[in-house]
Design a protein around this ligand. Structure first.
Ligand code: FUB
Length: 365
């Protein structure tokens, strides 16, 4: 983001110089330009990294036993070259964080699951999530299998922080990345998942058939949709085949790929507020966390706006959770490292308007 801010400032500076320069810029106007630039550069993050001794990202937060547990990716420097497929996100284990209160001490619980203990996994442990049912904690995680295809695995523990024991195979019928498990009020658990580009969702058609050669959608094509599958009673299998989740504009129309400031890219999360279902997600290459509201866990979800503006680093990934009567947004940026693949998780309060819309969060002010 340092680079992004500098770039933005330069663009702003050039733009204003062009406007004023062409008609003879006064020293007062030059001063105004300088002030605008330094204001932009002096913006500060609204919150601090929750831990600084390791890099963490993609925080999925849950309240278990009156404490907050955060299930993040554990970023590391593996020196894998940066590419459009996200090869530089080469994570090898998961570490769970917990805290008794927002702003309180954060505990990091050590290795919860190591890639070497997942028999079918090859590389890249990406954004996980967790759920609890009948005395068992479930860790859901995307990782590439031996064929380099992202699948979603599940591991279990009697403790929220692990260690977790992985099943010997990925969830049957699972694919792509970023699982997010939502428990509805009736006790039904749903998994949302998917991510385009490096997340490989473009290879999977709406009927769940696979085409390794399938390309990203072109701007004139309809955008790819996230997926939902109900979990069965075992919590280790889908009860039904994954389906597309419709994300539409205020007129009920699906987004086109060219509408990349609103269309789904990755990092889906679902929560419920005042009886409505909120589906939030990253727009990827435009770097926002947006949200949409629906009346059913299956959608359709109608686009409403931006939850979180772009953060330092390329990726933007979040979760939303209620704790002791307040709502919180967990997210990440690259404040500690300045490198896209070495991120740090953060938290800030999230507020609703009276009509149920979410107040947009500016991560730097
Ligand atoms: O952490 C690896 C990937 O980066 C996640 O799966 C995406 O959501 C993005 O944050």
């Amino acid at each position: 983001m340092k680079m992004k801010l500098k770039k933005n400032s330069l663009i702003l500076f050039s733009f204003l110089s062009f406007i004023f320069g062409g008609c003879g810029q006064s020293s007062q106007e030059q001063e105004q330009v300088t002030q605008e630039v330094s204001k932009e550069e002096s913006k500060k993050p609204i919150s601090k990294p929750l831990v600084t001794h390791i890099y963490t990202a993609d925080p999925s937060a849950h309240v278990f036993n009156d404490k907050i547990y955060i299930y993040p990716s554990h970023d590391i420097e593996s020196n894998t070259a940066e590419d459009d497929e996200g090869g530089h996100f080469d994570m090898k284990d998961y570490r769970i964080l917990s805290m008794d209160s927002i702003g309180g001490e954060v505990t990091e619980h050590g290795v919860a699951l190591d890639i070497k203990d997942v028999p079918w996994a090859k590389r890249q442990m990406w954004a996980p999530d967790a759920a609890f049912k009948d005395g068992v904690y479930y860790l859901y995680f995307p990782v590439k299998d031996k064929q380099d295809i992202f699948r979603i695995g599940v591991a279990t523990s009697t403790k929220p922080e692990g260690p977790f024991k992985a099943e010997s195979a990925p969830i049957k019928g699972s694919y792509s990345i970023d699982p997010a498990v939502f428990k509805d009020d009736d006790g039904t658990y749903y998994m949302y998942f998917g991510g385009i580009w490096g997340g490989q969702l473009q290879r999977w058609a709406g009927d769940n058939t696979y085409n390794a050669q399938a390309k990203n959608r072109t701007p004139e094509e309809l955008a790819i949709l996230p997926r939902i599958a109900k979990l069965d009673a075992s919590m280790k299998a889908f009860a039904d085949a994954p389906q597309e989740v419709k994300l539409v504009d205020e007129n009920g129309n699906l987004f086109y790929e060219k509408e990349n400031d609103k269309r789904f890219f990755e990092a889906v999360w679902v929560h419920k507020y005042q009886g409505k279902y909120y589906l939030s997600y990253s727009t990827g290459d435009t770097h926002n966390i947006c949200y949409a509201i629906g009346d059913s866990p299956y959608g359709p979800f109608t686009y409403k706006g931006i939850v979180l503006k772009p953060v330092q680093g390329w990726t933007n990934h979040h979760s939303i959770v209620e704790f002791k009567g307040k709502w919180y947004l967990f997210y990440h940026d690259t404040e500690l490292s300045g490198k896209t693949h070495l991120r740090n998780v953060k938290v800030t309060e999230l507020k609703y308007n009276d009509d149920g819309t979410i107040q947009t969060i500016e991560p730097y002010q």
